[in-house]
Design a protein. Structure first.
Length: 571
């Protein structure tokens, strides 16, 4: 890139280039126009969206798949407030996203200027670091600070925020304002090695374990080889979570997702690898896990090794380094309960085969519409082994989590953030044009970001957006039927034609009402992407999440069975 070096905006753009940023996701506005123009002139692709939340969602998906920093640029005031939900999602998901904005010109501060809101205060609780730059000689140092905060290190990665007054963006820089060392490129992430004393203690736990299980999280992404070697050396069973799905092949002999509840309840050693003990893992409670199992927790950050339940051994280290050291330390010594392990594997095989038979045998609902499992069966048959798959919704996500093929997988995350489907899939298709990208989206969720199908069309992002349309917020609808005497309030979404939405935004679009038409329609959507495939699904199907009581929001645990066990334990 040519270094013009004339304005603060030019310096910002040059810094982003030095950090390897190839794309910025955003929506133009007057407060950021100088920076927007400088970024484009610097050769960085600008993916312009239709809503600022979508810009941050797209950066989120970029960062999640690549493992690298991604950047969103939004304008001041409502531009930033529109992005807050997506920033919250990146915060909960621990994804490195830099959010950049403009703000009121300095001479107008405190005078009731246009779009003047306390931006730093709005996003501060959701960001790893917030910087409001007011002087040109602070630009590079503050940029470096927020980028390093977003990337994490020994604390969780996550969103970080920086803004600049618009008049500063056009200010001329002087040589004394620019430290050339700032453009050396990304600072290498230091490897954190486990302490030998902790490895020795952990090895003793592993050597004595009869029923070990490892549960992976985001921190284990990228450690496939080390994970496979560890599982082979210890004989441990393996469970993933949504943030680590796809690390191992579904056929790996240690992988037993259909036996999650029993394994959690019976394991005498629980190893967590880069995973918080949040609501999805019952906070590590003995009401859900065994009464007194040993815990070995591995991770770089405090919440990965200590949050909610202290472990018998805590390895504050990179997951890959820790697994390598543990494999070497225990190789040939563990002798787990072979009978228990084989029983779990056999039951997992049986349940998996039962699920596959159910997908094949599943019939339409009483209303004659396609069952979600029928839809997922057809998708599974045509999704290839290198695809990026996105699941977005409440009701349909519950079915997808159980049955959808997902080589590389993204979903709403622990925040339960509906509306990510279109921007996540669009970002994936832009960044990985040689891969299939399929998003399975509920009709309610589609409404949040449907307009950004236009972004996919303009960018040539060959994603397929499959809309499962049951004309309802169906988990809540069933909850109102069962708990609130059938008083249906605000849960019906009748009469929408999402096929017409897709066609109106320039995408290939079809509507499918009969199961026999589904497979050829999906094949055409893949061939003609970007595409919207509206599939009319039955509302008679009660999702696994509804059956587990998720809609009720129990007081102590997320699921009813867990909540009842927790209540009994505390009683």
């Amino acid at each position: 890139m040519e270094d013009r070096g004339r304005t603060v905006s030019d310096v910002i753009a040059r810094y982003l280039v030095s950090q390897g940023v190839q794309r910025v996701y955003g929506l133009v506005g007057g407060h950021i126009q100088p920076m927007w123009d400088a970024v484009a002139l610097a050769g960085i692709d600008i993916v312009d969206v239709r809503h600022e939340g979508a810009a941050v969602y797209m950066a989120h998906a970029d960062a999640e798949i690549s493992g690298q920093l991604a950047v969103a640029m939004v304008t001041a005031g409502p531009g930033l407030t529109n992005a807050v939900t997506a920033i919250a999602n990146a915060h909960t998901s621990r994804v490195p996203v830099l959010v950049m904005s403009g703000r009121t010109p300095r001479p107008q501060v405190g005078m009731g200027a246009m779009q003047d809101v306390p931006q730093a205060a709005v996003v501060g609780p959701l960001c790893r670091r917030v910087e409001m730059v007011s002087e040109r000689h602070h630009v590079l140092s503050r940029l470096e600070a927020v980028v390093e905060a977003a990337r994490g290190g020994d604390e969780p990665a996550g969103p970080a925020y920086i803004d600049f007054p618009t008049d500063l963006l056009v200010e001329q820089v002087q040589p004394a304002d620019v430290d050339e060392q700032a453009f050396r490129g990304p600072r290498p992430r230091a490897s954190v090695q486990p302490a030998q004393a902790d490895i020795d203690r952990a090895a003793a736990l592993l050597a004595g374990a009869q029923r070990p299980v490892l549960i992976s999280g985001r921190g284990a992404v990228g450690a496939r080889e080390e994970l496979e070697a560890f599982l082979a050396a210890t004989g441990a069973l393996y469970l993933d979570t949504g943030e680590s799905r796809g690390i191992l092949e579904p056929t790996h002999p240690a992988y037993v997702p259909a036996m999650r509840s029993r394994v959690m309840k019976e394991a005498d050693l629980v190893v967590t690898a880069g995973r918080r003990l949040d609501f999805q893992l019952a906070y590590g409670s003995s009401a859900v896990f065994a009464a007194d199992p040993a815990f070995l927790r591995i991770g770089r950050t405090a919440d990965e090794v200590g949050g909610n339940r202290r472990a018998d051994v805590e390895l504050r280290a990179d997951v890959s380094s820790a697994l390598d050291a543990l494999t070497a330390a225990v190789f040939g010594t563990p002798e787990p309960d072979a009978t228990w392990l084989e029983e779990i594997r056999e039951q997992n095989r049986a349940r998996s085969e039962k699920l596959q038979r159910m997908l094949v045998d599943q019939s339409e609902g009483d209303d004659g519409r396609i069952h979600p499992y029928q839809l997922i069966r057809v998708l599974n048959e045509q999704i290839d082994d290198d695809a990026v798959v996105v699941a977005d919704g409440g009701d349909i996500l519950s079915f997808a989590r159980v049955a959808l093929k997902a080589p590389t997988y993204l979903d709403c995350g622990a925040l339960g953030c509906l509306g990510v489907g279109v921007p996540f899939a669009t970002s994936a298709a832009i960044n990985h044009p040689d891969r299939q990208v399929v998003a399975l989206i509920g009709d309610g969720s589609f409404g949040f970001t449907a307009i950004d199908v236009d972004t996919a069309v303009r960018q040539g992002a060959k994603a397929v957006f499959v809309i499962a349309n049951n004309e309802a917020w169906n988990i809540e609808r069933y909850d109102q039927v069962e708990r609130f005497d059938g008083r249906l309030v605000g849960v019906e979404l009748p009469g929408c034609s999402y096929e017409l939405v897709g066609r109106g935004l320039g995408a290939h679009a079809e509507r499918v009402e009969r199961f026999e038409d589904l497979a050829p329609a999906f094949a055409r959507a893949l061939e003609n992407a970007p595409a919207v495939l509206e599939v009319m699904v039955t509302r008679d199907a009660r999702s696994p999440d509804f059956a587990s009581g998720l809609a009720i929001v129990p007081p102590r645990q997320a699921l009813l069975a867990w909540n009842d066990a927790e209540q009994s334990l505390r009683a």
